[in-house]
Design a protein around this ligand. Structure first.
Ligand SMILES: [Zn+2]
Length: 251
């Protein structure tokens, strides 16, 4: 009579386990779930599954919620096909107009300096700190600043230097920073405000804008929570009652 062949198992350790007649003599250091002497194989497999199953479920749920979020978050808004949704179109246009206007404030940002007054010399002259270094600051018009105040203005670092004597009679030479007017910076003119005509023209030329609108959540009415048997539970469709929808606006 032939002895029955061991069941086919993919697990390398399981194969060894059966080859040794159910009593493994070698213990593999590299194997994470070592088969203990005499412990049934099924128990080991169950152990593995106890770790694997929750991991797989979490991974699947996370993947599903991310996919759902991505598809929900960006909505295409075709201006040429809006039909009756004039209200939404107007809201999107207002957002785009302020988006475009905010680009103008960025023009001056790199000339805006923030300086800490170390010592007031006169109403237009100050010894200031700029990132730890002392500088001689010259304002365009008298300022009402005292030691310890902050100066925030459009200013330019010059090649000029200024020498002065400290209270301890030490001679110091520092670079001069001068306040400037916007007109002195030779910047390209600011972009004019976006008109509806220009908006349509740019859309037709293929431009797209991305706009995120914030509304009260329709599921919970903006309260952020829903009634449940045991009181209230957080609403799953929003965060804190606010729902964010991002539109890709194109022609
Ligand atoms: Zn909600």
């Amino acid at each position: 009579m032939r002895t029955p062949s061991p069941p086919r198992l993919r697990h390398a350790n399981a194969k060894r386990f059966f080859r040794n007649g159910g009593e493994p003599r070698i213990r593999l250091q590299s194997c994470r779930f070592r088969i203990a002497k005499g412990r049934p194989l099924l128990e080991d497999l169950m152990m593995t599954m106890r770790f694997l199953v929750p991991l797989l479920i979490t991974w699947a749920l996370l993947g599903a919620s991310l996919a759902e979020r991505n598809s929900k978050d960006i909505k295409a808004f075709r201006v040429s096909k809006t039909g009756g949704n004039k209200e939404l179109l107007l809201r999107l246009f207002e957002h785009i107009r302020s988006q475009e206007a905010s680009k103008n404030s960025g023009r001056l940002a790199r000339f805006r300096m923030e300086l800490h007054v170390r010592q007031r010399v006169s109403s237009t002259t100050y010894l200031v700190d700029g990132e730890g270094e002392p500088y001689w600051f010259v304002a365009k018009k008298p300022l009402n600043k005292v030691d310890g105040d902050w100066l925030v203005c459009l200013a330019k670092m010059t090649d000029e230097v200024k020498s002065y004597t400290t209270v301890l009679k030490a001679k110091k030479t520092v670079r001069v920073i001068k306040e400037v007017d916007e007109s002195e910076l030779n910047l390209p003119p600011p972009t004019p405000p976006l008109t509806k005509e220009k908006f349509v023209e740019e859309l037709k030329a293929g431009k797209t804008w991305t706009v995120t609108l914030v509304d009260n959540c329709k599921t919970c009415g903006g309260s952020g929570s829903l009634k449940s048997v045991s009181g209230r539970r957080p609403c799953g469709s929003c965060s804190g009652g606010r729902a964010y929808v991002t539109y890709s606006v194109r022609w």
